[in-house]
Design a protein around this ligand. Sequence first.
Ligand code: KG4
Ligand code: ZN
Length: 337
Amino acid sequence: MYILGMESSCDETSASVVEMGDGVRRICSNIVASQIEVHRLYGGVVPEIASRAHIEAISRITYEALDEAGITLADVGAVAVTAFPGLIGALLVGVNFAKSLAYARKIPLVAVNHIHGHVAAAYLSNPALEPPFLALVVSGGHTSFYRVDSYTDFCEVGGTRDDAAGEAFDKIGRVIGLPYPGGAALDRLAYEGDPRAISLPSPALSGDTLDFSFSGIKTATLNYLNGMEQKGLAVSFADVAASYTDKIVKAITQKTELALKKEGMKTLVLSGGVAANTHLRASLARLCEKMGVTLAMPDRSLCGDNGAMVAAAGYFEYLAGNFANTSLNASASDSGL
Ligand code: KG4
Ligand code: ZN
């Protein structure tokens, strides 16, 4: 069946048609209208501007997604929309648009948890992947471990107590002059520096916990940069990128090893925007090889927010009979509706 997936939780408006069925997981179209250029002027996402930009783009990209897939609304078996978590004004644009479409055309509607969407991106790139597995979602808003018992049952077993890894990358990226969002540029710059050049604290909390805290490493890096400036010493931004990335990647890898052991899982799914990070992908690949664990990741192009991941997650909600109706609301929080 064809699922129309809609995503508007942050700064990308996206619509996608995905064909899902027995042994079929196919992306027919995945249109992403990014607002990055607009928000770059402010060094971060401005919620009100995001909502307005979603409104301007959503109708156009929906019809573009249908056209590119070569289908019409009459062929759509379900409309799936991200309902939480995210920026409330941004989410409401997608939710209201999807509700109207579903109501007017009598198409079943399903609400999708954005985090489940990120994990579902891995199903599209790994045709044989199925639960149970351990999912690590690393994005601008999350750094969390989930035990995924079925396509729709997630249990959070660890996470960050303050900032997310993506936020931490973006923050230091901005301070060293990289354009917003700094994550991808910092990833590239890290190859040019020495990961042992600067001593930084680990974001992995000590002990048996699966939790992280990124505020310490952020502050230590800012203090290092300020200290060097005060002393009139030159800073190698490549060394900063390499040392910072190395500490974060090592911390995530260390806690992933612990999480896999604690949960007794033989498959790991890495997803979310930061799953595009090449250092993290390589480090987790080494860990999984060492532990005899299967690693499933979305293609790098499917790590950021997109409608295809929402459609894929929506398909499993549809199969589970979890339908929404015109009373569907959006929610900013992780716990949802
Ligand atoms: O999942 P996502 O698109 O949006 C949220 O749900 O938050 O994640 C966006 C985050 C941003 O912080 C961005 O800098 C980061 O993903 N990101 C990366 C890379 N590509 C995107 N971080 C590190 N390395 C990358 N290659
Ligand atoms: Zn996301």
